[in-house]
Write a protein that binds this ligand. Structure first.
Ligand code: FA5
Length: 362
């Protein structure tokens, strides 16, 4: 009972082989909806029930043979190279996407641009003066130790000029042929650069850039990103800072998330704060159904620093601290991003491991 099917199958395979030899491949003729294989498969209904299983196997085998022959032919086509087989099934091109940190940077920029911040870029290898001295950190000041700095191997041209807190501009890089050169340890190097660029407030800057520190563990990488906000104008107060933090928290994490500031110390802001955002899982309570929240320690996540711009920094940027005040903040992009609802990334080094399987998920 299977013989007619077998012999028809042999014929179809032979016919395909002849077509392939001639370079006449038409897949639809064999494997299409109304193709020869489909017609053969339909014959199974005429086979008595006790032989159907065997017939099914035979039909499957024929299909595999036809497909394999077509596939092999397409890999090493004997058809002339200038002809195109329009029946060949298309291959979906792989579409890439931006790196998750680039996506985060785009999102952060858009959020701040909506309230009038201007995105700027400044050098990521910069003079010590912009990274430390102009930020009220004299040479050899112990506060510098917190920034585990990579220095560029270059002669120090600072010379004999003493650091003068009342007039830090005496040691401005343009006057001393540069000075020491460092990889930027934070985006705060942009503060005085932006004051110099605009010369006069109002200033509303957002600077997002790479930073470098000699650190490496699950929450620190040697290269990471920060975003720095700086607002300077008449009558800017801590209220403005708090309003901006809350605005960002709600836009980036969701409407139920709040910010809080805790007293801290930075040389370039006075007063200074650490900034936390409430945990989106436990809503800032630290508990879920009476149990300790697994995502946060105490209901809050720390993301970075902030404060009111120190008068010495305004002076270094040529702005009169008796007329103007301002606030600044600086946070890690990686850290801020990993706290987004739905992401559960416990090691930020994964962002830079170049594993496509990891990156594909974003
Ligand atoms: C600063 O860098 C200050 N410049 C922030 C600031 C700006 C304060 C303006 C006041 C006014 P801090 O060293 O704490 O502060 O770093 C801020 C954030 O950067 C950290 O909370 C963390 O999120 C991120 N960060 C710091 N070092 C690393 C690192 N090695 N890897 C990844 N993220 C880091």
């Amino acid at each position: 009972m299977l013989d007619p099917i077998q012999s028809e199958a042999n014929q179809i395979i032979k016919q395909l082989e002849t077509d392939l030899e001639k370079g006449n491949l038409d897949q639809t003729k064999y494997l299409g909806k109304r193709g020869l294989f489909r017609k053969l498969a339909q014959k199974i209904k005429d086979v008595p029930p006790e032989k159907r299983q065997q017939a099914g196997k035979l039909i499957n085998q024929v299909k595999k043979t036809l497909e394999t022959k077509v596939r092999q032919h397409l890999k090493t086509p004997s058809i002339p190279t200038n002809s195109i087989d329009l029946t060949t099934p298309g291959e979906k091109p792989k579409v890439g996407h931006l790196h998750p940190i680039s996506q985060a940077i785009e999102e952060i920029s858009r959020i701040f641009e909506r309230i009038g911040f201007i995105r700027v870029r400044y050098p990521e290898v910069d003079w010590d003066w912009y990274v430390f001295e102009s930020l009220n950190m004299p040479p050899n000041h112990p506060a510098r130790d917190e920034w585990e700095t990579f220095f560029v191997d270059r002669p120090d041209t600072t010379g004999e000029i003493e650091y003068d807190e009342r007039d830090p501009r005496k040691r401005h890089p343009s006057l001393i042929g540069g000075g020491k050169l460092v990889l930027t340890t934070h985006t705060s190097n942009s503060q005085v650069r932006e004051m110099e660029r605009l010369k006069k407030p109002p200033i509303r800057m957002i600077n997002i850039a790479r930073c470098y520190r000699r650190q490496q563990d699950a929450t620190h990488t040697q290269m990471f990103h920060q975003f720095e906000g700086l607002v300077i104008d008449k009558n800017i107060t801590i209220q403005d800072l708090k309003g901006t933090l809350n605005y960002f928290a709600k836009k980036f994490y969701g409407p139920e998330v709040k910010s809080r500031i805790r007293p801290f110390h930075f040389r370039f802001t006075e007063p200074s704060f650490e900034v936390d955002f409430s945990c989106h899982i436990c809503g800032g309570t630290g508990k879920v159904n009476g149990k300790k929240c697994k995502l946060c320690k105490s209901g809050w996540h720390e993301v970075g620093g902030a404060g009111m711009v120190h008068p010495n920094v305004l002076k270094a940027g040529g702005i009169d601290p008796d007329k103007y005040t301002g606030f600044a903040f600086g946070w890690g992009v990686e850290r801020t991003y990993t706290l987004k609802p739905g992401l559960n990334i416990d090691d930020i080094r994964q962002f830079y491991g170049n594993k496509v399987e990891f990156l594909k998920q974003f």
